[in-house]
Design a protein around this ligand. Structure first.
Ligand SMILES: [Zn+2]
Length: 488
């Protein structure tokens, strides 16, 4: 039985499941099931798509974001690539049964994965005109012959030229869907997985026009409908794809996380300097990225990476080159810093609702070099600004160009499968449940190593924990998230 996954990067449940003028998407909801989908911590594109495909949490993949510490030095940050993921994905499990897969744009997908089938790399591809961006390599030329230049992203999407940006994103998505249809029609496949990154770019570029609650909302903007228009565009493209499928194909629309307005940035390293936890040999005269600061490591105890969320690192004796924190003090110190982060306030001195996670409490395993703490400022309504030299801790402007939204903990899914026992709204689904659910519905045995559970097994009355979390761990994690406001 064939499985088709159409990944809608950043699709927000209230929009994907809420807009009523999306006839093809509504039809899939009517015949199948749908719901909010809790993402991993952090809810970030890399590693979230591969968490979905492997049913492994970020700690078990050892990938905590786009950039990860490669060792315990002060400079070793590496960018995740397809090679960073070593756990088998659903297409690897299916390959053992002789099944063929086609994956298009699943991040991190560069260099292209050598799978049993075809792979087209993702937005991390440097240059599709020059690089081989497919497996097998000759597919790159076939795609160039079909569409000319194959765009994997909109270069410079953090721009104020919104009309150009809108047109470029729509054009990219149309080209990618053209390739998807071409491969659907010309190749044999058992599992097909495409990720449309354009939706994520539309949210980041146009959310302030869409959301009246956004601090920079511009009523009556010509871009007020751009976000909604993009969902209509996706609906049309999905309709054209559905026409090409056999009736019994399992169809999944799914996002890796949701979207929510961004209220501003919290200058985490600036704050750590003021708290005396990060010590600089000289304070910069202008705003300076963290990597260019003159840090006095012999006196520094804590530093952080910026981005949508903060990865907070401790300077531990015997672990970092100039460690200052005694390992015997580590646990107590970490609790203290966690409490400090949780007590951070907004511009008006009110608690921000900052969420702080210890890796070993939210992951089954903690591989490679994990952050000591993972921090979602204001429940991700604030991003983490890594530079120093700001006059204030809170800033409205982003450090990397205009950006209107952050990722939300809950994405969405719509699953239509003729033999599925699941109908209507499904609650409590987690990103890690997706791969086991697909394998179960298609009649494969779910690998025991997968950390999620088949949603269908639950609906058939089997124990939902058969293939999933240790029940005690799940209770602890869910209670914790519930208390923090992640679970309504
Ligand atoms: Zn994403």
């Amino acid at each position: 039985m064939k499985i088709l996954v159409l990944g809608l990067d950043c699709a927000a449940p209230e929009l994907l499941l809420g807009y009523e003028d999306l006839p093809h998407i509504r039809r899939l909801m009517d015949v199948g099931c749908y719901g909010r989908l809790e993402s991993v911590i952090p809810p970030i594109t890399v590693p979230a798509w591969m968490c979905l495909a492997t049913s492994q949490d970020p700690g078990s993949l050892g990938v905590y974001g786009f950039r990860n510490r490669t060792d315990h030095s002060y400079s070793g940050l590496g960018i995740a690539s397809s090679r960073s993921i070593t756990e088998p994905a659903i297409w690897d499990h299916l390959a053992r049964e002789g099944k063929r897969s086609i994956i298009v744009g699943v991040p991190p997908g560069y260099p292209p994965r050598r799978i049993n089938g075809l792979a087209v790399s993702c937005f991390l591809t440097p240059d599709t005109d020059k690089n081989v961006f497919t497996h097998p390599p000759e597919l790159s030329e076939e795609i160039r012959r079909l569409v000319g230049h194959y765009p994997v992203d909109v270069q410079g999407f953090r721009t104020e030229d919104k009309a150009w940006l809108r047109d470029a994103i729509f054009a990219m998505s149309r080209t990618q869907f053209q390739v998807v249809r071409h491969l659907l029609q010309t190749r044999e496949w058992d599992y097909f997985h495409f990720v449309d990154i354009g939706l994520d770019r539309v949210h980041h570029g146009f959310w302030k026009y869409h959301d009246p609650q956004h601090v920079l909302h511009e009523p009556g903007s010509p871009f007020a409908e751009t976000v909604h228009d993009y969902y209509r565009h996706l609906d049309e493209e999905i309709g054209r794809v559905l026409e090409l499928l056999a009736d019994d194909t399992i169809v999944l629309l799914v996002s890796d996380h949701g979207a929510q307005r961004l209220d501003g940035g919290f200058c985490v390293n600036e704050w750590l300097v003021r708290e005396g936890l990060l010590v600089l040999k000289c304070y910069p005269k202008a705003v300076t990225p963290f990597a260019q600061l003159d840090v006095d490591w012999a006196k520094t105890r804590v530093w952080s990476e910026g981005g949508y969320y903060a990865r907070v690192f401790f300077n531990v004796k015997g672990r970092e080159p100039q460690g200052t924190i005694d390992p015997a003090e580590y646990a107590r110190f970490r609790d203290e810093i966690q409490a400090k982060f949780e007590a951070t306030t907004d511009r008006d001195g009110k608690p921000m609702g900052t969420l702080v996670f210890k890796p070993e409490e939210v992951y089954h395993r903690v591989k490679n070099v994990a952050p000591d703490l993972i921090v979602h400022f204001g429940g991700l309504y604030w991003r983490s600004i890594g530079g120093v030299g700001y006059p204030t801790i809170h800033v409205l402007e982003n450090d990397t160009g205009p950006d209107d939204c952050n990722h939300a903990q809950f994405g969405a899914f719509i699953l239509a499968a003729s033999q599925s026992p699941l109908h209507g709204e499904v609650t409590g689904a987690h990103l890690l449940d997706i791969a086991p659910t697909l394998m179960d519905l298609a009649g494969y045995e779910v690998p025991e190593t997968m950390q999620g559970r088949s949603l269908a097994a639950g609906a058939r009355g089997a124990s939902p924990d058969d293939a999933g979390y240790d029940p005690d761990d799940e209770t602890i994690i869910r209670d914790r998230l519930s208390g923090l406001g992640y679970i309504g």
